[in-house]
Design a protein around this ligand. Structure first.
Ligand code: S3P
Length: 161
């Protein structure tokens, strides 16, 4: 069973999706960067968030049809259409963690420059609060990731199959 990983920035979606099956996976952020031929950070700066969300929406629709494990971006639940799409699936896994844990990871992941993480900590926390209920609403399975090694999370997902 292929899974669709959701969760806030820093939840570990990209790491986990690669570890589940290194050959067959879709990382939406990576797919979008290939499509638009530029880093997401630059795309946000040049074209704005609304345009990014439109491309993200189209990419999600195609990715869920692929049969591969999918890692989404943290903002996938922003659009109601995406939430409807995710609710129709049976294998949406929410990688959950508290805001402090996620924010620490976001700050430490300097290589992955996220446009929305450039905002103040308070603004990022507001985003987290807004989105948390949506992740829970569309998830079929919730995995608490705090204090767990990636191998433990991977094992939990593999046991779902
Ligand atoms: C975003 C999260 C990012 C990326 C983009 C927007 C968000 O993905 O899609 O920067 O709105 O939370 P990650 O969750 O993989 O960082």
């Amino acid at each position: 069973m292929a899974v669709v990983l959701i969760g806030f920035m820093g939840a570990g979606k990209s790491t986990i999706v690669r570890a589940l099956d290194q050959e067959n996976f879709i990382d939406l952020d990576q797919a979008i960067e290939q499509e638009v031929r530029m880093p997401i950070l630059q795309f946000f700066q040049d074209y704005g968030e609304a345009k990014f969300r439109q491309i993200e929406r189209e990419t999600l629709e195609a990715a869920v049809l692929s049969g591969f494990n999918v890692a989404t971006g943290g903002g996938i639940v922003q659009l109601a259409e995406n939430r409807d799409c995710l609710k129709k699936l049976k294998n949406v896994v929410y990688l959950k963690a508290d805001f402090e844990t996620l924010y620490e990871r976001i700050l430490s992941e300097q290589k992955n420059k996220r446009p929305l993480a450039l905002k103040s900590m308070q603004a990022v926390e507001q985003l987290f609060i807004q989105r948390e209920k949506f992740y829970e609403e569309v998830a079929d399975i919730i995995i608490e990731t705090k204090g767990k090694k990636p191998e433990e999370i991977i094992k939990e997902i593999q046991e779902l199959k």
